[in-house]
Design a binder for this molecule. Structure first.
Ligand code: ITT
Length: 191
């Protein structure tokens, strides 16, 4: 089965490919030659996931899904949240995003945070909204080389290492995207 993953983020594609069986061929936007940036004008993860998935469904008429995800920090009222990729500006600079998080949390004791992901799925003329979330806390140094984005500063609950240190084995089990992918697999395999 071929399924389009409406993303330009190669890390997300890599994660999903590790979680899906070989019988599902995941095609990214790059794979289908769609180099256009889909404007994420929504104010929630749910809205942006829908915008990305609907765009591809309307343009190509194919089964597809999109992920919108972000880091939500309790003491910052859920920021950076839906703006995680562009927290420090439109250039989507990861270093700058992390520095901005540290700046905003300066002097704050509560470091509780969670990653949240929303998948919007178009499959066989039905739509599905799937979610995944993993709780943890923010640390004030970068640790580890795995993962992407905010992984080097995020320690999942029950662990003493960051997602970037723990690597794909752990993230593929307890990560927000892994949890949403389990729900996706159920949908794909029940059809
Ligand atoms: P697409 O819209 O093309 O899918 P994107 O990177 O712009 O790619 P989002 O709009 O969903 O994706 O932004 C999500 C941002 O949240 C991402 O760039 C990271 O900064 C952060 N993020 C999401 N999932 C993450 C994860 O598993 N680990 C670390 N950071 C993550």
């Amino acid at each position: 089965m071929k399924l389009i993953f409406a993303t330009h983020n190669a890390h997300k594609v890599e994660e999903l490919n590790q979680l899906l069986p070989d019988s599902i061929a995941l095609l990214s936007l790059t794979d289908i030659g769609c180099n256009q940036e889909i404007k994420e004008t929504g104010t929630t993860l749910e809205e942006n996931a829908k915008i990305k998935a609907d765009f591809i469904r309307q343009k190509y008429g194919l089964d597809c899904f999109a992920d919108d995800s972000g880091l939500e920090i309790e003491a910052l009222s859920g920021a950076p949240g839906v703006y995680s990729a562009r927290y420090a500006g439109d250039q989507k600079n990861n270093e700058a995003n992390i520095k901005k998080v540290w700046g905003e949390l300066m002097g704050v004791k509560n470091t509780k945070a969670w990653f949240r992901t929303v998948f919007h799925v178009h499959f066989e003329n039905k739509e599905y909204i799937l979610k995944g979330q993993v709780e943890g806390s923010i640390i004030f140094e970068k640790r580890g080389n795995g993962g992407f984005g905010y992984d080097p500063i995020f320690v999942p609950k029950g662990y003493d290492k960051t997602f970037a240190e723990l690597g794909k084995e752990v993230k593929n089990k307890i990560g927000h995207r892994a949890l949403a992918t389990q729900s996706l697999l159920k949908i794909l395999s029940t059809q």
